[in-house]
Design a protein around this ligand. Structure first.
Ligand code: ASP
Length: 430
């Protein structure tokens, strides 16, 4: 019998071929052909993932909350989740700060090596303008933003995931409070929707190797020119990358080994397709349906936990983003020869934590929120131009960490609630 190739291998092959094709296409001047005929396939793939994100979060959260026997369990799981999310983010920022202060990638950095092309200038200005809008809001704006006035409007915009979560929890709680005979049809309806959407995730994942091929081919063709920039910024990029790798290979395995019985290798096998999608799409929100499916079916996290912890995590827990913001802020300060004292470093811990919570789970959002961190410590925002050219690659990597962090916390919460089942070897690999 022919042996089935595991999904993550197929995706890896798709990614490698995509990069190789992109390099070749840049050389052979197939850029237009790639933009016209290859890139759209990647866009369709990401659209499909985004398409099911809102219905999936909605149906699975309602199903999860409605199945709770008492609401106090929800507040316990919620409190625990938010506390662990905050702690992991603070750990990530601290690692970033320690690394950037030890390596000092910005000391003596030759700013002239990053020529300010029009594209960089324009991109930087856009990010600064987007951040200005965020800054003008009052201190309670984030609470106002969670409560929607029109759920259909919230559902139509991927950035409003917290509003969808809020409405789904409200809906689920009301279901728990009503007698069963009144809501049994609604319950059955959402259970059915949930199963259908998970089936759609499986169907979409069949095309994942082709999707990541197209995404990476398009990216390499677009960003081929930034290789020189990458070398100029190698020390900075390396500092961010070392920090991110440390999270994946040291911090999360440590957390899993202390708080759960799940072996890291099994966790890794289970979650790797979601990590690869995070890398290819640079968006935790687009990856969310796959993160949920992998956690439930391949790591064994109960649906009750994953349907609550993961959508929340995709929106508010961004360990990779916060680590990157700490490194980037200090790097820019060093490049501008600004000395940061202890108070300013602590401000970075606070603002990078908040900024990563506020960042939307879409490509490039972390850089917008970096403007706020820079503002808080008095470093010129024009400094963004220095790191703009390498941001996409770092975005891809930090999104992998964001998604892995969410999955780690889901596994920890599920273990502490006794809501994790053992998965068979075949389930891990499929
Ligand atoms: N792209 C990241 C995410 O979606 C956010 C960011 O750091 O830009 O998780």
């Amino acid at each position: 019998m022919r042996k089935k190739i595991a999904l993550h291998w197929k995706i890896i092959i798709g990614m490698v071929l995509g990069v190789l094709y992109g390099l070749l296409a840049s050389r052979l001047a197939w850029v237009e052909f790639t933009s016209d005929w290859i890139k759209p396939l990647g866009t369709i793939f990401v659209n499909l993932l985004k398409l099911i994100a809102v219905p999936l979060v909605f149906a699975s959260l309602i199903k999860g909350v409605a199945s709770l026997s008492d609401i106090s369990k929800l507040s316990r799981i919620g409190g625990k989740t938010i506390a662990i999310y905050l702690i992991s983010t603070v750990i990530a920022v601290s690692i970033g700060l320690i690394l950037v202060n030890v390596v000092k990638p910005g000391d003596g950095f030759d700013k002239g090596s990053v020529s300010k092309t029009e594209q960089i200038e324009e991109g930087t200005n856009k990010k600064i303008a987007a951040a200005e809008e965020v800054k003008e809001e009052g201190p309670l704006q984030f609470l106002i933003d969670i409560v929607p006035t029109n759920i259909f409007e919230s559902a139509s915009n991927n950035r409003n995931m917290l509003q969808v979560i809020f409405f789904a929890i409200l809906f689920g709680i009301a279901m728990v409070m009503l007698p069963n005979e009144k809501i049994s049809h609604v319950k059955g309806f959402f259970n059915g929707i949930n199963d259908i959407i998970l089936q759609i995730v499986d169907m979409i994942m069949i095309s994942a190797p082709y999707g990541v091929f197209a995404l990476l081919a398009g990216l390499v063709v677009d960003f081929g020119a930034s290789a020189e920039l990458f070398i100029a910024l190698a020390k900075y990029s390396a500092t961010v990358i070392v920090g991110l790798l440390f999270m994946i290979f040291a911090v999360y395995p440590f957390i899993l080994s202390v708080f759960t019985k799940v072996k890291y290798l099994d966790f890794f096998k289970g979650i790797s397709p979601a990590q690869m999608l995070a890398f290819s799409t640079s968006s935790s929100a687009a990856t969310l349906p796959v993160t949920m499916e992998r956690c439930e079916e391949h790591i064994g996290v109960s649906e009750e936990v994953s349907s609550f912890v993961l959508p929340l995590g995709a929106t508010i827990n961004m360990d990779g983003t916060s680590l990157y913001q700490a490194v980037a802020a200090v790097f820019i300060a060093q490049a501008f020869s600004i000395d940061l004292d202890m108070g300013q470093q602590l401000t970075i811990v606070l603002t990078a934590t908040l900024a990563s919570i506020g960042a939307a789970a879409v490509p490039g959002a972390g850089m917008v929120m970096l403007v706020i961190v820079l503002g808080a410590i008095g470093v010129p925002t024009e400094g963004l131009a220095l790191i703009f050219g390498v941001d996409r690659l770092l975005d891809m990597l930090r999104t992998v960490v964001n998604v892995t962090g969410d999955a780690t916390v889901a596994t920890v919460v599920a273990s502490s609630e006794g809501q994790i089942r053992e998965v068979a070897e075949e389930e891990l690999m499929s």
